[in-house]
Design a protein around this ligand. Structure first.
Ligand SMILES: Cc1ncc(C[n+]2csc(CCOP(=O)(O)OP(=O)(O)O)c2C)c(N)n1
Ligand SMILES: [Mg+2]
Length: 372
């Protein structure tokens, strides 16, 4: 039921052996732009973190084709339950870097109003991108529940949920896969096998021959794909999304890729990743690979790449400046977004807290300063 050889479309020279991705020039360039945007966003966030202006970020280098290829197989009306390393899924569907930067700074325009960590994005428009859960794997049963709800309502929406190789050791992975298999829920499970779960190598994560083979135990197909090949990822994800949409049930896709950076801005991968792995995977860079394909299709030049990078860099730099200058969330927001109509006793507690802050000369409602 599962295939073990990763499916590949783009060869090392950019050729596709007659394969037609079914995308217009504009769509292909949009995929390219999305990947470049993720990479530049990463670079800028690293500088912001190292200069103490944001607290934390998560590097995406090397994984861009998996994120963008997967996202491109889903409609805006579908649901995404992402992992924290899925910036490209949001960007592909039109979330602007500025909205993401508001979250990185946890300011008043952050959709989570500063109540989540940086990189814990959530968007309802233009894509249903559900808030990222820090505890590994907890979003997987939630994704299956959303898919089952869509099935019960007779909707034709499907759900994409994404997690890492480490995520397959979580309870959420197994219970989610089991329920999805039993219910034939319209969900696609994307395991991004990027080689590492922080410092634990993926070979030590499982006794199985690969991660896709786990699908068999839950009664669904498992597919292995080359995660650094955007067209291959898109192809298998389109097939899986179509299967889900037509009522045939879930699929587990394992995208084999590699995390070229640290787990987060808090660790140094050189302490545990053998240098030859960076060297080997560096040669398989997903953006360079897609560039070769675009070039072979007459759609890419060095000048186009330079102009694009410059344009994207300017947009994201401006976004960072604007997000940094945006005020913090008002203190009163700690009481908002839980109840539609705030109950009287909660309202009273809030007023008491603000009154205490005023008496002590600390933070006031509206100024977003802590402590109370
Ligand atoms: C339940 C739980 N256990 C441990 C952690 C700490 N933790 C955060 S990320 C991570 C590694 C996850 O690796 P993987 O699933 O491969 O995703 P990747 O970071 O490689 O994309 C761990 C252990 C956590 N967030 N939640
Ligand atoms: Mg991993």
């Amino acid at each position: 039921m599962s295939t073990t050889q990763p499916l590949t479309v783009i060869d090392s020279d950019g050729g596709v052996n007659g394969y037609d991705p079914g995308l217009s020039e504009q769509e292909l360039l949009h995929c390219y732009r999305s990947m470049v945007t993720v990479r530049v966003f990463d670079e800028i966030c690293l500088k912001l973190q190292r200069s103490g202006r944001i607290g934390f970020s998560i590097p995406n280098e090397g994984i861009e084709a998996t994120q963008v290829g997967a996202a491109s197989a889903f409609r805006k009306t579908d649901w995404i339950f992402p992992s924290y390393r899925d910036f490209g899924m949001a960007i592909y569907h039109g979330v602007r870097p500025l909205e993401m930067m508001h979250n990185m700074f946890g300011n008043a325009k952050d959709s989570a109003k500063g109540r989540q960590m940086p990189v814990h994005f959530s968007f309802v428009d233009p894509i249903r991108f559900v808030s990222i859960s820090s505890p590994i794997g907890t979003h997987i049963p939630q994704a299956v529940g959303a898919a089952y709800a869509a099935q019960c309502r007779g909707e034709d929406t499907v759900v994409l949920t994404s997690f890492g190789d480490g995520g397959t050791s979580s309870l959420g992975f197994h219970s989610g896969m089991n329920f999805a298999g039993v219910w034939k829920a319209p969900v696609v499970f994307l395991c991004q096998n990027n080689g590492w779960a922080i410092s634990c190598p993926s070979e030590e994560q499982t006794g199985s021959e690969n991660f896709a083979v786990k699908a068999e135990a839950y009664g669904m197909p498992g597919v292995v794909v080359d995660g650094n090949d955007l067209l291959a990822v898109r192809k298998v994800m389109l097939e899986a999304a179509e299967r889900a949409r037509s009522g045939e049930g879930p699929t587990l896709v394992e995208a084999k890729t590699f995390r070229m950076g640290g787990h987060s801005t808090s660790d140094d991968p050189k302490r545990y990743v053998p240098p030859e792995m960076f060297e080997e995977w560096g040669k398989r860079d997903p953006i360079a690979r897609f560039e070769k394909f675009l070039e072979a299709s007459g759609l890419w030049t060095q000048k186009l790449a330079e102009d694009l990078r410059k344009e994207v860099f300017e947009e994201i730099s401006l976004a960072a400046k604007e997000a940094e200058a945006t005020p913090r969330p008002g203190l009163e927001t700690i009481f908002s977004d839980v109840y539609r109509d705030v109950p009287e006793h909660i309202r009273r507690q809030g007023q008491e807290a603000f009154e205490l802050g005023r008496r002590k000369g600390d933070a006031m409602a509206g100024d977003g300063e802590f402590p109370l």
